[in-house]
Structure formats: C-alpha cells, structure tokens
Design a protein. Structure first.
Length: 316
C-alpha cells in the first residue's frame, strides 16, 4: 500500500504539507506545480514552491517531497527536471491534469490529454535527462472532453519511460463534480503495466477500501480528504472505521497552523489563509463550522488569536 498526498496549488502549501504529513501514513508528497515556460528557472522559484528542498527534500516529519512540473517545452522541462533533482527533489512528477483556463490556453496541463504524442515527447524528454534510478511520475485525468483517449494517453506515458502514473478519475470537463469514476481506472489498469495510483474522492478509510477493490490497486493519492481530515492516511493504515479526525485532535492542529502562518506570512494574508482551511474543515466538522462562523468576518489578528485559543480550550 502506498499513500501519497496530492499536489493542490494554493491549498496544500508547505504549511499544510508539514502538518498533514506529521499525522503519519504518507509515503510521499507531490508539491504544487512549478510552471515551466521555455527556460530553466532560478533556484528561488523551486524554493518558493517547495521550501522542503532546503530540508533534504523532506517535510519536517521526514516525508519525501516530489516536485511537480507543468509545461510542454521539451528542453525547458528536461532542464528544470534536472534542476529539481539537483536541489533535492525525490523524483519529478509531470502535471497533465490541470484544468485552469490560463494554463490550458498556453498548452499546459489537461489540454495535453488531446495529444498523446505530446505527452510521449514531454515524458521522454524528462526521462532521458535524468539518471535511470530517478523516479519520473505523471499525473493525468481520464481525458479532456471525454475519456476516449484515456488508454492511448496512459500508454504514451508508459512507453516514454515513466515510472508510475496517477489518474484523477474524472475528465477535465467533469471538473470536480462527484462522483469520481473509479470503474474507469479499473478498465485502464488492464491496459498498462506501469503502477497505477488511483485518485479522486477518497474521503474516508471506507472509500479507500471501495476504491481499491474496484480499481485493483492498493496505491492511492489523497487530496481534499486529507485537507479535511489530516490523519486520513494514518486511519487508512489502521483500517479504522472512523470517518473523521476527532475535533479533540484537530483543534490543536488548527492552533499550530495559525501560529506557523502568523510567523511566516505578512499579516494581511494570515486571516485569509486560516479561513481557506477552515472552509474545508467545516464541510465535515461541526465544530469547525462554529469556529468559521466566529472568525469569518474577522481580520483583526488579536481577536483571531483569542477565538482560536478559546476553541482549543473547549476541545481540550
Ligand atoms: C485547490 C486544488 C489545487 C490543485 N492543484 C493541483 C496541482 O497543482 N497539480 C495537480 O496535479 N493537481 C492539482 N489538483 C488536483 C488534485 O491533486 C487531485 O487530483 C484532485 O483534488 C482529486 O483528488 P481528491 O478528490 O482526493 O481531492 C488540485 C486540486 C485542488 C482542489
């Protein structure tokens, strides 16, 4: 069983990667994407997206982090993959799933799922630029408008030499609308030999059991489920029957997150960052909903401090 924390640009930043991986259970983490246009990027870009590179490429709790690259320029992708590895990334992941209009307009992310030949060339260029023992993984969706090229795309990635493939079980057109189509991953698994990592809508240990039995793999990538329940991977490994992280466990983590954010971000961004996470947490934790109601209109740092302190006291 391999459990991976998903790349989530603007959400699973290094604060949450640190906090979530500290709960245990994850084998590795994929960073938010580094956008590659047509040239090698300076070290500072890699360090901004993935500060863990300054810590031997691991989170504080020791979980390896793999830098994700997004782009289609063959030489630039190869050069930046080399740079990521030099800086300490544990392998390189290639993004073929991003649905953003801006990214797709410049021929990056999910739009490439219309062109299996381009996928092949990008993966091969990165593969050839790196020593054989370095992992080159890819992440895609079922397709762009539909899943008609799903198998061709995955086979292009495989024949270009990728080590493993994560598939978010939706097309770009399906966005994030439930359900995730795990059955299509089962179909795909019959047509490829490279290890398949299933992704999409695994919110609970029970979802893990259902997804893996349908797809026929034990390896999954967890995204929003781990944002809402940071110990999801740990509970999956324990075969837990609990669907959520207890509030007793979660409240101190929110306090810890707030302290980290306050220490590292300009004051004007702190409240927004906290509210973004609370907005996810309140989907499944009634206590987070109450906290959210208290802090949603609040921008004053001292008052937010007080609100969080009293929430932590109530949970203790
Ligand atoms: C806010 C947000 C940002 C994301 N950013 C990325 C990204 O940078 N790279 C990527 O490959 N996928 C990205 N994704 C997709 C996730 O990695 C994952 O495939 C998707 O959320 C489905 O998994 P889940 O249902 O477990 O969340 C993002 C998803 C969200 C919600």
């Amino acid at each position: 069983m391999r459990l991976i924390l998903a790349p989530m640009e603007g959400l699973a930043d290094h604060f949450l990667r640190r906090l979530i991986t500290a709960q245990g259970g994850f084998d590795w983490v994929v960073s938010e994407f580094v956008r590659v246009v047509d040239r090698p990027l300076p070290d500072s870009v890699f360090h901004r997206v993935c500060p863990e590179l300054l810590n031997q490429g691991t989170t504080v709790s020791g979980t390896p982090v793999r830098v994700q690259l997004l782009g289609n320029h063959l030489d630039a992708m190869a050069a930046n993959a080399q740079k990521a590895i030099e800086l300490g990334s544990h392998g390189v992941d290639l993004n073929f799933g991003c649905p953003s209009k801006t990214v797709n307009r410049s021929q990056g992310g999910a739009i490439l799922l219309r062109e299996p030949e381009t996928l092949f060339r990008v993966v091969r260029s990165v593969r050839q630029a790196l020593p054989a023992e370095v992992v080159v993984s890819a992440k895609m969706r079922l397709g762009y408008d539909d899943a008609s090229l799903m198998i061709e795309n995955a086979q292009a990635i495989e024949s270009a030499g990728a080590t493993e493939l994560t598939v978010h079980a939706r097309t770009k057109a399906q966005g994030y609308a439930p359900p995730a189509h795990w059955d299509q991953l089962a179909d795909l698994a019959e047509h490829i030999r490279l290890p398949l990592i299933a992704n999409g809508d695994i919110w609970t240990p029970d979802d893990y059991r259902r997804c893996t039995s349908i797809v026929g793999t034990e390896d999954v990538m967890l995204g929003r489920g781990a944002i809402r329940n940071p110990d999801l991977a740990f509970r999956i490994r324990q075969s837990s029957t609990a669907d959520t992280t207890s509030w007793h466990q979660l409240a101190p983590l929110i306090g810890e997150f707030w302290q980290e954010v306050r220490l590292s971000m300009p004051e004007r961004y702190c409240a927004g960052r906290l509210k973004q996470w609370l907005n996810h947490l309140r989907q499944v934790h009634p206590e987070a909903e109450q906290l959210w109601q208290r802090v949603r209109g609040e921008a004053d740092i001292q008052r937010l401090d007080n609100d969080l302190r009293s929430a932590a006291k109530l949970a203790a």
